[in-house]
Structure formats: C-alpha cells, structure tokens
Design a protein around this ligand. Structure first.
Ligand code: GLN
Length: 284
C-alpha cells in the first residue's frame, strides 16, 4: 500500500466515525509513523509503506476513531513554539493558554509560581522565554503530572531553574514566603454541569481533576485570590486563565482578595481568557 492509499483510507474511516478534521488528523498520524514533519507527508505519499508501518498507522487510526486525542497518540503537543510531552496524566496544552503566557511575559519577574502546573508547559515556557535570571516553582496535586512536568522542563533546558512540589494550590509552600513576583495558574474551571457537554476527546481522555472542581468552576479561584497575596512581593502579579463566562466573577474575587489594577484580557477569538491583578506596593 502506498502512503497516499493509506491516507485516503484513514481519512474516510475517520470521517465516517465523525471526527472533525479527519484528513488533518490522518496526516499527522502518518507523519508520526514515518517519523517526518507533517509538512513533508505529501512528498512521500507515492512511496510504498512497509507492512509494519501500515499496521502501526491503522492501529493509531483505529484509536483516533475511538476519540483518543492525536496528542495522546503521538505523545506530544506544540505550545508557544515548543514541543511538550503530554498524555493521560496531564491537561493538554491549549492555544488559548498561550494568552496567559503572553500576559505573564508583559511583566518583569524573577521568581514565578505556577499553581496546578500539569505538563509544566506554562512554567517551562516562562522560564525559557525569560532567560537565565528567572526561577520557578510548579505545584500540582498529581505526582504523575509532576513527573511529566519535570521531563518537559528538562527537555527545554530549564530544569535547573525549576522546582516541582506536590500539593494542593499553596498547600505545598511554606507560609510567609512572600517572595514571588508572579503567580500564574490554569486551574480546573469547568463546572460539574458543563462536564457532560465536553467533547469525548476531553471528557474521556484528559484527567478529570485538571478539568473540573466538581462544583461551580470557581473553587480554585476562590482559594488562589484569597491567599495569593501571602506569597507575592508588593507590586507582584497574579494571573489566571478563565473560562469565557467567568470574567466578572473572577475579577470580583481578585478585588476581594485585595488585588488592584484588576483586568480581563481576551484571547484571539475575543473571548475573556485571563484575569490579572496586582498586589499593592507597600508604602509605609
Ligand atoms: N480550556 C479547557 C477546556 O475547555 C479547560 C481547562 C481548564 O479547566 N483549565 O477544555
């Protein structure tokens, strides 16, 4: 079988199973099997595939047909121009989260804290972009996620400037450690009710604790906004990713937590995506 034939068959199979972007997914899986860039697939389409390649490709296509995300099948996902290891233990980095990174990079920081770091994509990106003077701490409840985060930090050369600690939000840190310039988080913000409406790729394959608080979606923000100032220097920033409808509620939580200059930033689709606020500079 040639690559072209395999690709056509896979695309048809995935379309029949109702996969959006069937052709694109089939192409990415074929590129993975052939160990080439997706952009180069066209060049090799006339070539015959080996039996082993056909078998591997068909197995992956079959799993994709059962809604397993492409990122899980190939084990990686691009985020802010870098490839990150992903899998069933971590939330898949999403393009919307690049908005949080972009917001964070507008403020100067030496020490950054990432709450619920997951794959570590936010922390690793911030440390890589900011350069050698920046140091970061990532916390997560999940030991399995922290193992992935550690490998991602290592892959991108920032492991010596990153520390990963297991714990619940600020629970992993000693109190009175008001020495971060920036706190970022993309916490689970999907409400229990909304979970039912998610795509199967997300609902059935991504870690539930990374998606939902099993309540109204605001639980993490209540804790982070309430306690954030304990861990920030005066003038330091708190920035969180939010769901599109959560701007007003999260802004209010930030104000009640004592943050000033609280604002909401929209993503490229014009949806509210990031809430940020500053700890007042102490003037005595
Ligand atoms: N943006 C993700 C989604 O809609 C949710 C991520 C999160 O809860 N932090 O699937």
């Amino acid at each position: 079988m040639t690559g072209a034939e395999a690709l056509a068959k896979a695309t048809a199979a995935l379309s029949t199973r109702g996969i959006d972007g069937a052709a694109r997914d089939a192409r990415r899986l074929l590129a993975y099997v052939l160990d080439i860039d997706a952009g180069r697939v066209t060049l090799v389409l006339p070539d015959a595939l080996s039996t082993a390649q056909v078998d591997r490709f068909e197995t992956l296509v079959e799993r994709r047909g059962r809604r397993e995300p492409v990122s899980h099948l190939i084990g990686s996902r691009q985020f802010y121009g870098r490839g990150f290891e992903v899998g069933a233990d971590v939330l898949d980095p999403r393009p919307e989260t690049e908005e949080l990174v972009a917001a964070a990079l507008t403020v100067g920081f030496g020490r950054v804290l990432d709450l619920g770091t997951g794959s570590g994509c936010i922390l690793t990106t911030l440390l890589a972009e900011r350069g050698a003077d920046a140091f970061g701490v990532g916390t997560d409840l999940s030991a399995a996620a922290l193992a992935v985060a550690g490998r991602n930090a290592n892959t991108h050369g920032v492991a010596d400037r990153a520390q990963f600690i297991q714990g619940d939000w600020f629970g992993a840190l000693s109190t009175g450690q008001a020495d971060f310039d920036l706190i970022v988080s993309n916490p689970p913000y999907i409400s229990a009710d909304e979970m039912l409406g998610l795509a199967p790729e997300v609902r059935d394959f991504e870690p539930r604790i990374a998606l939902t608080d099993e309540a109204d979606g605001l639980t993490a923000y209540r804790i982070i906004a309430r306690d954030g100032q304990e861990f920030l220097r005066g003038g330091g920033w708190l920035m969180v990713e939010i769901g599109a409808s959560q701007g007003p509620a999260v802004k209010d939580l930030f104000s009640r937590g004592g943050f000033v200059s609280v604002s909401v930033r929209a993503d490229l689709d014009g949806r509210d995506r990031v809430v940020m606020g500053q700890k007042p500079r102490i003037s005595t």
